[in-house]
Design a protein around this ligand. Structure first.
Ligand code: GLP
Length: 244
C-alpha cells in the first residue's frame, strides 16, 4: 500500500486525477470504478477541466459506480445517478450506455445485485477503482460487520452513515435506510485502487484503517492486503500517522 501525502483537499484531488487520467491515457478502454461523496468531487472537476482542454478522452471507457440508495429513482436529486451526472458524466464524454450504477428503483434486491455483478464480470472486471472512506471506515456502503462481504448486495445503513449523509437531505428521516453496494470482494478484485481521504475528522479512521489490524470492523483495513493501492491523504487526515 502506498500512502501519498497531499497538502490539502485540492492537492489530493489533483494527484488522484493525475492517476486516473494516466490510466485512461494508457488504456483508453479502461473500466473505471467510481465513487460518490464529497471526497471525489474535486477529482471530478479536475478531470472535467482536463477533458475540456482535450488532455483526456473518456469515449472508450466504461464506468461502474460503487453504490446507490435502494428506493431512489435515477432522477431523484439525492440518488447517486443524479450526483454522477451532475458532477461528472454530464460534462465528459463517457457514452451513456457504458455508464453503470446499481438501479435503486429495482426493489428486487437479489436480482439487481446479481445483474450488477454479472455486468462487471462481462466488462472484464474493474481496472481502477476510486474510493472514498466513511467516518467508520466503510468503503462503498460496506459497513463495519463481523465478516467481509463478497459481491454486490443490499445493506442496512448504520446510524452513523445516516447521520453523516443527512446533510444532503431535508432531514435524517428522508435518508434511505438501505443501499445496494459492491461488496468488499468486488472492490478487492479491482486491479488498481485509489482511495482519497481528506480532513481532520478522518484522521482517526485513517490511522485505524491503514495502520491497525485488518478487520471487518474497519472495512477499509482490508485494502492493506491488496497489491496495488494508493491512499492519497491530506495533511489533516494524516495528522495521527507517522508518514512522510
Ligand atoms: C458515502 C458513500 C461512500 C463514501 C462515503 C464518504 O456513504 N457511499 O462511497 O466514500 O460516503 O463520504 P465523504 O467523501 O462525503 O466523506
Amino acid at each position: 500500500m502506498k500512502i501519498i501525502r497531499a497538502k490539502d483537499y485540492q492537492d489530493m484531488s489533483r494527484k488522484a486525477a493525475n492517476i486516473i487520467s494516466a490510466q485512461v491515457i494508457l488504456k483508453p478502454d479502461s473500466v473505471l470504478g467510481l465513487a460518490t461523496g464529497s471526497s471525489p468531487m474535486g477529482i471530478y472537476s479536475q478531470l472535467i477541466k482536463w477533458f475540456q482542454k482535450g488532455d483526456v478522452d473518456f469515449s472508450a471507457c466504461t464506468t461502474f459506480n460503487l453504490d446507490e440508495y435502494r428506493g431512489l429513482t435515477a432522477d431523484h436529486d439525492q440518488s447517486y445517478h443524479y450526483f454522477m451526472y451532475k458532477n461528472f458524466f454530464g460534462s465528459i464524454n463517457v457514452p451513456d450506455n457504458r455508464i453503470n450504477l446499481p438501479d435503486g428503483a429495482q426493489m428486487a434486491a437479489e436480482k439487481e445485485c446479481a445483474r450488477y455483478d454479472a455486468a462487471i464480470r462481462a466488462a472484464g472486471g474493474i481496472d481502477l477503482q476510486l474510493l472514498g472512506m466513511g467516518l467508520n471506515g466503510h468503503i462503498g456502503f460496506n459497513e463495519p460487520d463481523d465478516y467481509f462481504s463478497k459481491g454486490t448486495h443490499c445493506v442496512d445503513l448504520t446510524e452513523s452513515t445516516i447521520e453523516a449523509n443527512k446533510r444532503f437531505f431535508a432531514s435524517a428521516d428522508e435518508v434511505p435506510r438501505q443501499a445496494y453496494t459492491m461488496g468488499v470482494q468486488t472492490i478487492m478484485l479491482a486491479r488498481k485502487i485509489v482511495l482519497v481521504v481528506s480532513g481532520e475528522n478522518k484522521a482517526e479512521i485513517v490511522r485505524d484503517a491503514f495502520f491497525g489490524p485488518v478487520t471487518p470492523r474497519v472495512p477499509a483495513s482490508i485494502l492493506q492486503l491488496h497489491t496495488d493501492v494508493s491512499v492519497i491523504a491530506d495533511d489533516a487526515a494524516l495528522a495521527l500517522c507517522n508518514v512522510m
